[in-house]
Design a protein around this ligand. Structure first.
Ligand SMILES: [Zn+2]
Length: 288
């Protein structure tokens, strides 16, 4: 039996709890009838995310095509994971850009930086030691120490390399946060490129920080490849979009409404008539 720690975790309810329900009244009568229920307290509309019927006027109305895309289930989980990775990328990118600036800025006054390093490193060393971080081994510090002994041109190259890597991480973070498909490609390619380097680093010295970073990155590549079906994997983009459509409550009900109208061959649905009246009221309310 596969290990599924979040088997009972309802992403839809969590999202509705945080952001409120997403109700929408489509202008297509048959479809609207399927999403609406009459209750003693008035009409209730079905939440397009969690599926619960919510009393009161819908949050939006218009043709089904113009309905907002409501992420559900797997799509919500993906968003959560990708945003977690995006924060990781943003943090790293920001630190790398700072480091590049530091290398470039202190190039002219190496003595000053050495003094800063010498006066601060001993101060934070005991704390870092308790946290299990060996400061002499931290790649940023090592890089700085190497930079002291490097020539000017080498130093500029190092700063430029670090800056490029930092910007790449920021771009990756942006792409992942806003769920751009190119962002997912950049993330998979860039992360994969650095896996051999990270493996090499671990072979030189094993530390929790390094192993943790490698595990997160390997997970990121596998997760994005699997769920987003990049490079034509598991049917590619077409299969990915079909999966999302299957997850959409509005699309499901739309298909159901079409089937129903085919079955009844254009018979008027009394519920649809009721709905049309309700929509006229809400439209006139909106115009007022
Ligand atoms: Zn809801």
């Amino acid at each position: 039996m596969p290990w599924r720690p979040l088997k009972n975790f309802d992403w839809n309810s969590r999202s509705c709890g945080l952001h409120g329900h997403a109700t929408y009244a489509p202008t297509e009568a048959a479809l609207a009838a399927r999403l609406q229920a009459a209750t003693p307290s008035g009409p209730a509309w079905r939440c397009l995310r969690c599926g619960a019927y919510v009393l009161g006027t819908p949050q939006g109305w218009g043709p089904a095509e113009a309905a907002p895309i409501v992420l559900r289930g797997k799509a919500l989980r993906d968003t959560f994971v990708l945003r977690f990775l995006a924060v990781d990328r943003f943090t790293r990118g920001f630190l790398l850009v700072l480091l590049a600036y530091g290398i470039w800025r202190f190039d002219g006054s190496r003595m000053a930086l050495r003094q800063v390093l010498n006066s601060y490193l001993p101060a934070i060393e005991p704390l870092a030691y308790k946290l299990g971080v060996d400061l002499d081994d931290t790649s940023a510090v090592r890089l700085l120490q190497q930079a002291f002994t490097a020539r000017h041109s080498t130093l500029l190259l190092v700063a430029l390399g670090v800056l490029t890597y930092g910007i790449l991480e920021l771009v990756e973070g942006y792409g992942l946060w806003f769920k751009k498909r190119w962002g997912e490609y950049v993330a998979v390619v860039v992360t994969s490129l650095f896996v051999p380097l990270e493996t090499h680093e671990i072979m030189v010295l094993v530390s929790w920080l390094r192993v943790g970073a490698l595990v997160v990155n390997l997970f990121a590549v596998a997760y994005i490849l699997w769920t987003k079906r990049l490079f034509g994997f598991r049917g590619g983009l077409d299969a990915f979009e079909a999966e999302r459509r299957n997850d959409s409550l509005l699309e499901l009900e739309h298909a159901g409404a079409l089937e129903h109208s085919k079955a009844t061959q254009g018979d008027q649905d009394p519920a649809a008539d009721n709905y049309r009246g309700a929509l006229d009221i809400s439209t006139s309310e909106r115009l007022r």
